[in-house]
Design a protein around this ligand. Structure first.
Ligand code: NDP
Ligand code: ZN
Length: 176
């Protein structure tokens, strides 16, 4: 990508608009867009990721899963490489939740390197949230189930980025 900054700002504006009516599940109902921004920041600052295709995909990673955004729209706006990574980290919402969770574990080892980085950052940010600002109505058992499942997914991606994997392990060690 010759000019990454205009694309990055386009993605920020696009994702902020798509997620404009959504909130995270924590008690403060944090604006949803904070989460994709955190992912991209984590990849850049902690993961040493410099490829703008991956950083932009991180900004967009929940747009298809959680808004009415389509793969075709992402391709048109951001090109096939970015759209492909977002689609690799998008669950098929027509499936039952248990099946979606199982498929994430099954597929994690087989996705592209860029998609693994985005998925690693997503799991780090989510277990961090699960420790510091968990979903308001989740009991301890449900949170613990989430930590176990996130670890199962991350275990399938070991060898992708040492620093990010260590960060995930640190966060997991703080679980209740
Ligand atoms: P969900 O996928 O519905 O919720 C977790 C997701 O919510 C995260 O991956 C994250 O995804 C997003 N999220 C939004 N806000 C937060 C936040 N503050 N902290 C962390 N994550 C946040 O989880 P499930 O419903 O699948 O629950 C996990 C487990 O709990 C399952 O194994 C399920 O079987 C079990 N369960 C237990 C119940 C119980 O009462 N004991 C009831 C129902 C399910 P993203 O980054 O994509 O936004
Ligand atoms: Zn996410």
């Amino acid at each position: 990508m010759n000019e990454p900054l205009p694309v990055l700002f386009h993605a920020l504006e696009f994702a902020a608009h798509k997620h404009r009516d959504q909130r995270r599940k924590d008690v403060d109902a944090t604006p949803y867009i904070n989460h994709p921004i955190q992912l991209a920041g984590l990849l850049a600052r902690e993961g040493g990721v410099k490829d703008p295709v991956i950083l932009v995909a991180a900004i967009l990673h929940d747009t298809v899963e959680d808004t009415e955004t389509t793969a075709a729209e992402l391709e048109r706006e951001f090109g096939p490489a970015i759209a492909a990574i977002v689609m690799e980290v998008t669950d098929d919402k027509s499936l039952l939740k248990a099946e979606r969770k199982r498929l994430q574990v099954e597929h994690a080892a087989h996705i592209s390197h860029g998609a693994k980085l985005v998925k690693l950052a997503d799991k780090i940010c989510n277990v961090r949230d699960m420790n510091r600002a968990p979903p308001a109505d989740w009991n301890l058992a449900r949170r613990r189930e989430y930590f176990d499942w996130a670890r199962d997914v991350v275990d399938k991606m070991r060898g992708t980025n040492t620093r990010l994997e260590a960060l995930f392990d640190q966060e997991l060690a703080r679980r209740p």
